[in-house]
Ligand binder design. Sequence first.
Ligand SMILES: [Fe+2]
Ligand SMILES: [Fe+2]
Length: 148
Amino acid sequence: MNIFEALRVSHETQRALYTRLLATEGDKPMRQHVFTELKRELLAHETAEERCFYVPLFAHDATVDASRHAIAEHHQMDEMVEDMEGMEPESQAWMEAAKKLADKIEHHLTEEERKFFQEAGKVLTEEQKISLAKDYEAQFLTLRIKDE
Ligand SMILES: [Fe+2]
Ligand SMILES: [Fe+2]
């Protein structure tokens, strides 16, 4: 598995979770459960991705802008999640915030997959693509378990 395939595993999990979240209809315990799962998945992915993908990409001029942009979006998503924690899960405002978060996540994942992965593919060596995948998976699992 290379780093791009490894990152895509969590991307698909995030897509499945935001789809489930938007399908919850005022069921408060279910909403909270799916929201917590999405939050844990997002946080573990963002941190592991920053450490094992964007940090090495900062070393190359061609991928500095992409890295900066992606990390800024991670921060924006974290703030959206934080705002939702202060909202009533059965409220209209909560669902509107959930839709905005889902849109933001999808925008971010699509940009990474269609643009940043291509740019990274040109600067990382084949060996790095494999070794970074291993580093990322270990980081992701550690962070995910810590947050359980
Ligand atoms: Fe990301
Ligand atoms: Fe990602």
